[in-house]
Design a protein. Structure first.
Length: 593
């Protein structure tokens, strides 16, 4: 007889400018900022039922993306098999659309090639990470064979995107169960492994990573999270000793790893400045890290999601120095004072007060967590009040995005779910390995409605072993689409069929803050030019806005680091479209001509 349990713990793991020629196009829809014309329909009425609030269609088959993640599954139930692989949406060939990079696992790097009937046979080439180039209409070509070292053949985890050597092209940092890799891009979708020359060395089990200008010197530094130390040659047995009942061990069985901060010397080489910068969490088990200016002082802070240990919030003091602000911030534990199995993290202004709130995914029986930013690096757990507690308690959450999916001016929320224990049904009557994603519509005041069962909620239609989740405009229609990766399976791609279109700001440097200004001269929405990490991933960097019906943006306010704010008038005011910025001769931003 199977036993029902609130949490699976038989010693098994249980964590749980307006571009030339587009001025007319961007004004076709008056879409939270000032009044304007009424919007015209952007999609045929038959494409979406009137009752749907968030509406998507699955375009995976038509996209040309044929990747399948290989978890390297074995009968020994090694913990890395549960993690899945990350993904990045970025413009690898600089043609103006979003390309897709997918991180692969493959056979585990077992010492001595320990035999197991599930391990790939000898002589079979390791699968590689894959790069898919977008034609601008969400149809992708596999360009891995000509991508150079982007075809990395290691047991990969996650990926971060940023211009590490300041040559104007995006680079990739890939975290690995083993040796990480820094891959320098050339802007033509080709990459070169420059890890050895860079001074970076991460030989353990790393997971999340983020590029940021931590010391406001104009180049990108790097923060890398470490997970746990595992011995693949001697895995412990967890679960009952019955045929088919062996399971994955809880991360409590393994020692945590120290996260590391790498300071950029200004020439694309790095030095380990972890202790000098003030970082210390020797027992942490980091899975994701997010950079955001959480107190509005112009400096990017860091928030680390730890699996089963307290999360960490590091306050950027300037000059490349950080202070641990976890205790005073209230973001280390949940509202009950419990540390959680935190996996994914997202930041966004969910309540319209122009600061960034934090959302964390977690394990079953914990619920995911929404921390409302009260200012001054003080947060309040508002999960229950936001309407997110009950629906997120049973699933195991991983990737998450806070994005205005229906483009009404309020951030919505999507969560990728999937258990880490493939035989969880033996231990828990109410659990499954594959689980449905969750979709929540935000009202702009900090509350969410679960719309996962509505007709247009395609991402929630099929149970999946979800891991990374990214939002980005794949087909150039100014609507954010969704990409989800699976552990041991193919990704899913969903096109957004929202009735409205959005506003995208490009040309901002990494980490810049941008606000929309309304007809009264007040800022009414805020974003950062930073890739959203989700879980093991990296989303597009250009800020994206939705606007309430009949509203227009009159201007932008932009700040880079601690420099002075600059206001850029939009004449005429805009409701949708692409605003391209460039630096003028005086160093100030202007609309690209």
């Amino acid at each position: 007889m199977r036993r029902a349990a609130r949490r699976t713990r038989p010693d098994v793991q249980a964590r749980a400018v307006l571009a030339p020629g587009v001025a007319a196009a961007v004004l076709t829809l008056a879409a939270a900022c000032g009044s304007g014309e009424q919007p015209s329909p952007a999609r045929p009425a038959a494409a979406r039922p009137d009752t749907a609030t968030l509406f998507f269609e699955d375009i995976t088959a038509a996209s040309g993306v044929d990747f399948v993640h290989d978890a390297g599954a074995t009968s020994f139930k090694h913990l890395p098999e549960t993690m899945g692989g990350g993904a990045a949406l970025f413009d690898a060939d600089e043609d103006g659309d979003l390309d897709l990079y997918l991180v692969q696992g493959g056979p585990l790097p077992l010492p001595g090639g320990a035999p197991d009937r599930f391990v790939h046979p000898a002589g079979v080439a390791r699968p590689t990470n894959r790069l898919y180039l977008n034609d601008g209409r969400a149809r992708f070509e596999d360009a891995t064979a000509r991508s150079g070292d982007a075809a990395l053949a290691r047991y990969g985890m996650g990926v971060a995107v940023g211009d590490a050597n300041a040559d104007g092209h995006e680079d990739l940092y890939v975290t690995v169960l083993g040796d990480d890799a820094l891959l320098a891009g050339d802007g033509r979708a080709r990459f070169r492994d420059v890890t050895a020359a860079s001074g970076l060395r991460e030989p353990g089990w790393t997971t999340g990573a983020v590029f940021l200008d931590a010391d406001d010197d104009g180049d990108l530094d790097l923060f890398v999270t470490s997970y746990v130390a595992v011995d693949l040659s001697d895995p412990p047995w967890c679960g009952e000793r019955r045929e088919g009942w062996r399971s994955f061990c809880h991360p409590d069985r393994f020692p945590g790893g120290e996260d590391r901060f790498w300071r950029n010397r200004g020439d694309g080489t790095f030095e380990d400045a972890t202790l000098a910068a003030g970082f210390s969490d020797p027992s942490g088990k980091g899975l994701c890290v997010l950079a955001s200016d959480l107190d509005g002082d112009g400096r990017l802070d860091l928030y680390v999601a730890n699996d089963g240990t307290e999360n960490r919030l590091y306050h950027n003091l300037g000059g490349g120095r950080f202070a641990d602000a976890t205790l005073v911030s209230g973001t280390g534990v949940d509202r009950y004072g419990r540390s959680e199995a935190s996996m994914g993290v997202a930041a966004g202004d969910v309540d319209g007060d122009l600061d960034f709130d934090l959302f964390l995914t977690g394990f079953d029986d914990e619920s995911d967590t929404l921390y409302s930013n009260l200012g001054g690096l003080v947060f309040d757990d508002r999960t229950v009040q936001a309407g997110l507690e009950l629906a997120t308690r049973l699933p195991v959450g991983f990737g998450c995005v806070l994005e205005d999916l229906d483009l009404d001016g309020a951030l919505d929320l999507v969560i990728a779910n999937g258990h880490i224990i493939d035989n969880i049904a033996l231990y828990h009557d109410g659990q499954t390995h594959a689980q449905r994603a969750l979709l929540f519509q935000g009202d702009g005041s900090g509350r969410f409605s679960d719309v996962s069962r509505q007709p247009g909620a395609a991402p929630a239609r099929e149970p999946l072993v979800g891991r990374a989740l990214l939002a980005g405009d794949l087909d150039g229609d100014l609507r954010p689409d969704l990409v989800l990766t699976q552990c041991g399976g193919p990704p899913r791609i969903w096109r957004n069929l929202a009735a409205r279109r959005g506003l995208v700001v490009s040309g901002l440097p990494h980490g810049a803050r941008v606000e929309l200004v309304d007809a009264n001269g007040r800022s009414c929405a805020v974003r950062e030019a930073l890739p959203a990490p989700s879980y093991l991933g990296s989303g597009p960097r250009d800020p994206r806005f939705g606007l309430p019906e009949g509203r227009r943006a009159q201007a932008l306010r932009v700040r880079v680091g601690t420099r002075a704010w600059q206001t850029i008038a939009l004449d005429p005011p805009l409701a949708e479209g692409r605003i391209r910025l460039q630096r003028g001769a005086d160093g100030r931003f202007e609309l690209a001509r």
